[in-house]
Design a protein around this ligand. Structure first.
Ligand SMILES: [Fe+2]
Ligand SMILES: [Fe+2]
Length: 213
């Protein structure tokens, strides 16, 4: 079985056959992702592999994406039919596994879910999703990404939730529909955010039903 590093090199070679603008985007994402990997002590080799793989099929035409997804056996929701670009991550994940023999499940999840997110995501997937959204061109396009980039250095989960909030506003403003996978993820992130597990431990007085002050 080939190493993560040699798989990443192979995927990079493939990515470098794609349109120049897309390659440059991936290079910018890589800088962000490796920086976050240092912050959060993620494996840089896996982060690099997932970054080179995440947009392998981003430049494909909608009809091609739908055909490929059907051939691979990816389940296609009505929201994907309406916007086939959403399939580029799941298709890349399947191709990484089948053609590039990637077996690292966290890297595969990072590639698959980098567009919509998922309720439960491994660290690498959180890093790739955020890096993809806050690379310099996207920060220039939308200043909210600057704040999300800053938050990601303190708390990745809060950064994900802020991105989901931003996305929600975009979808409502422009009358886009929310993809069910993203909406489920968002609901989970909101629920986790409101859990009181980050609060100080309960004191005995709490359990004794003392009068609140
Ligand atoms: Fe993408
Ligand atoms: Fe991307």
């Amino acid at each position: 079985m080939s190493s993560i590093a040699s798989q990443a090199r192979h995927i990079r070679t493939q990515m470098e056959t794609r349109p120049k603008g897309l390659i440059q985007h991936v290079q910018r994402v890589l800088v962000e992702a490796l920086d976050l990997a240092v912050c959060w002590e993620a494996d840089p080799a896996r982060v690099e592999l997932a970054t080179w793989g995440h947009d392998l099929f981003r430049a494909e035409k909608p009809g091609n994406l739908l055909r490929m997804a059907r051939e691979i056996g990816i389940s296609i929701e009505p929201a994907d039919e309406a916007e086939p670009v959403l399939l580029h991550g799941p298709i890349a994940a399947a191709v990484l596994r089948d053609r590039f023999k990637v077996s690292d499940e966290e890297s595969i999840a990072a590639v698959r879910d980098h567009t919509l997110g998922l309720a439960e995501m491994p660290l690498i997937a959180k890093i790739i999703l955020i890096a993809d959204k806050v690379e310099p061109n996207k920060r220039r396009r939308d200043p909210a990404m600057k704040a999300i980039r800053r938050i990601a250095r303190r708390d990745l989960d809060t950064a994900l939730l802020c991105w989901a909030d931003w996305k929600w506003v975009q979808e409502r403003t422009h009358h886009y529909t929310s993809h069910p996978q993203h909406w489920r993820a968002r609901q989970q992130w909101v629920a986790e955010h409101h859990l009181d597990r980050a609060m100080p431990p309960r004191t005995p007085d709490d359990d004794a039903g003392g009068v609140a002050s």
